[in-house]
Each structure stands twice: as structure tokens, then as C-alpha cells.
Design a protein around this ligand. Structure first.
Ligand code: SF4
Length: 313
């Protein structure tokens, strides 16, 4: 199997990892199964993370109220096939909005298995947060992972408590480590989501984050920048001029610094977040398709470096 360096990539992209695993082009299709979040329902807190538009979690506004998992997959798969002119061959059902392990184990099992029963779906991705992975839920995930492709994606965002406090995550890095280690012990493929360039973090903080992620060796990493959408606490801070956000070149430099320090075999799932243009407030480059990907690629070429070049340094 050719590795990503010989194919001309500067980092190990998810699309290539999928082709290597499944032998075809695989796309993720988002599914809203109607979950809530411990950081919204009062278990950990009520306001949610400052960047999260959690008003959208209200049952009256949920997609799932109108469409089942199967119907959402049918529609999403049709849309992706149309958009990519049938280049998309198989699909990962991505339980994405809110906290997708936050429910009764039997209900979770039924929802995941409904997705897996779709004829075009070859696996699952499940997004969650560290305080929503009790042992009975891991029992379900372990069983599914033993029989299917499953990727659990845990939102960490930062290893630094000052940033977790700023973002109002209401969990600690230690909480994350506990959940991550229990998950990895079960043999479940696990990814980490991180925000780079959070206000108040400096280069040493970034390098410390990269060092920790390199030590933990997740199967994949998703990085993105902090962006502001309407109806969030972050929007209020941004409107009041109280926060700074990275420019595109600044973010590209941060991402390159970070990826240079990750082992070459960690799959990079994404390099930026996506926001609905109707909701996005800043930075404006968030709305430009592939802007971050192209800028990070250019930054690597300018430096003549790549993912992993300083891993272990
Ligand atoms: S943990 Fe996720 S779903 Fe919950 S408030 Fe934060 S960003 Fe939103």
C-alpha cells in the first residue's frame, strides 16, 4: 500500500485512509438522532459551549422530529451522490449534532444498528464528549466495533484548563484522559477533535497540545479554528469586540506547526470546521470552501515540511 508521502500529500487525509480501508470512495453523511447534551440539559451545565448554537437542540427544531435515521440517510446519500456525480460509492453514517452517546444503551444500540442496516452504509462515526461515555455505553460501542467499522470522535478542544474554562466545556483534560483510555482499552477506533488558536493560547500551549496528542496516538484527529455563529455566547463576545480570531494565514501556520509534531500515521480527518453561511458571523474565510485546506497545504509547501516531520522532537 502506498503511503501518503509518496502520493504527494503533506498530511494523511481521511479520504485516502478510507480508500485504503474500503477500496472505494467513502463519504460521511450526517445524521441527527435527536440527542441532547450534558452541557445543555443541566447535568454538567445549561448554557452549552460558548461556540455552540445549542438553541437548535430544542425538540421543536430537530430534524429527527420529522425524519428517521433511515430517511435522513436516504436523503443525505442522494444529495452527496448528486453533488459528487456518483464519485461517492459508500457512506459512513455520522451521528454528528449534539452528544451522540448520551442516551439509554438500548436506544443507542437500536439507532446505530438502524444506520448500519442501510444498504449503502459501511460504517459509523459517532461524535461525543468525554463525560458521556459510561461503561454500559462503551459495552454497546465495543460490540458494534467488533462487528463493523466504527469511529468514535471525542470532542476535547483543548488540553489547557484555561481554554476549557473559556469555552465553557465543563469537563477537564483529566476527564478526557479517563474516557479516552477506557475507550482505547475496548479496542474502539477513536479520534480527537481540537480547536487551534484559542484566544490566550500561545505557541508553547500549541506545542504542548501536539505533544500530548502524539503521546496518546489516536486513530484520527480533527482540527479546526474558533468561528462565530449566531445565537451563541461567542457571538455576544465577538459583537462586543472582546475576542480575537485567527486570520487564514495565522491559522494555516498554527495547523502546520501542530501537524508537523503529530506522528505520520494519525489520520487527519479535517483541517477546519464548517458553518452554515446563514449563521456564520466570523471569520469570513470560514465560508470559503477548502480555504483552510489550501492555505495549510501552501504553508507546508512554503516550509517544505509535512505531518510528522518534528514528531518526537
Ligand atoms: S458539548 Fe458539543 S453539543 Fe454540547 S454544548 Fe458543547 S459543542 Fe454543543
Amino acid at each position: 500500500m502506498e503511503n501518503w508521502q509518496t502520493l504527494g500529500y503533506r498530511y494523511f487525509p481521511l479520504g485516502l485512509a478510507m480508500r485504503q480501508t474500503f477500496g472505494c470512495n467513502v463519504w460521511k453523511v450526517s445524521v441527527d438522532a435527536g440527542f441532547s447534551c450534558p452541557n445543555v440539559d443541566g447535568t454538567a451545565g445549561t448554557g452549552g459551549c460558548i461556540f455552540c448554537n445549542n438553541a437548535g437542540f430544542a425538540p421543536s427544531r430537530r430534524f429527527v422530529q420529522r425524519y428517521s435515521v433511515t430517511e435522513q440517510l436516504d436523503e443525505g446519500i442522494k444529495r452527496v451522490k448528486r453533488h459528487y456525480q456518483n464519485r461517492a460509492e459508500k457512506f459512513i453514517a455520522y451521528f454528528q449534532p449534539s452528544t451522540n452517546t448520551y442516551g439509554e444503551p438500548a436506544k443507542l444500540n437500536a439507532l446505530y444498528r438502524e444506520a448500519l442496516s442501510h444498504p449503502d452504509v459501511i460504517g459509523l462515526a459517532v461524535g461525543t464528549r468525554p463525560d458521556a461515555l459510561p461503561e454500559p455505553v462503551l459495552d454497546v460501542l465495543e460490540q458494534i466495533a467488533a462487528e463493523n467499522y466504527l469511529q468514535l470522535e471525542i470532542g476535547l478542544q483543548s488540553i489547557h484548563q484555561k481554554s476549557l474554562d473559556f469555552l465553557q466545556r465543563r469537563h477537564s483534560y483529566q476527564d478526557f484522559l479517563d474516557a479516552y483510555e477506557r475507550t482505547k482499552r475496548r479496542g474502539i477506533r477513536t479520534g480527537i477533535h481540537l480547536i487551534l488558536g484559542i484566544m490566550g493560547e500561545d505557541r508553547d500551549d500549541l506545542f504542548a497540545t501536539a505533544g500530548e496528542v502524539a503521546r496518546l496516538k489516536p486513530d484520527c484527529v480533527k482540527i479546526h479554528h474558533l468561528y462565530v455563529v449566531r445565537d451563541t455566547q461567542l457571538a455576544e463576545l465577538w459583537t462586543a469586540g472582546k475576542i480575537t480570531l485567527p486570520t487564514l494565514p495565522e491559522y494555516a501556520a498554527l495547523a502546520a506547526d501542530f501537524l508537523e509534531r503529530l506522528p505520520a500515521d494519525i489520520v487527519i480527518e479535517r483541517l477546519s470546521g464548517e458553518a452554515d453561511a446563514a449563521y456564520l458571523l466570523a471569520p469570513s474565510w470560514t465560508a470559503i470552501k477548502h480555504a483552510a485546506r489550501n492555505a495549510v497545504d501552501q504553508e507546508f509547501r512554503r516550509r517544505n515540511t509535512r505531518q510528522g516531520i518534528f514528531a518526537g522532537a
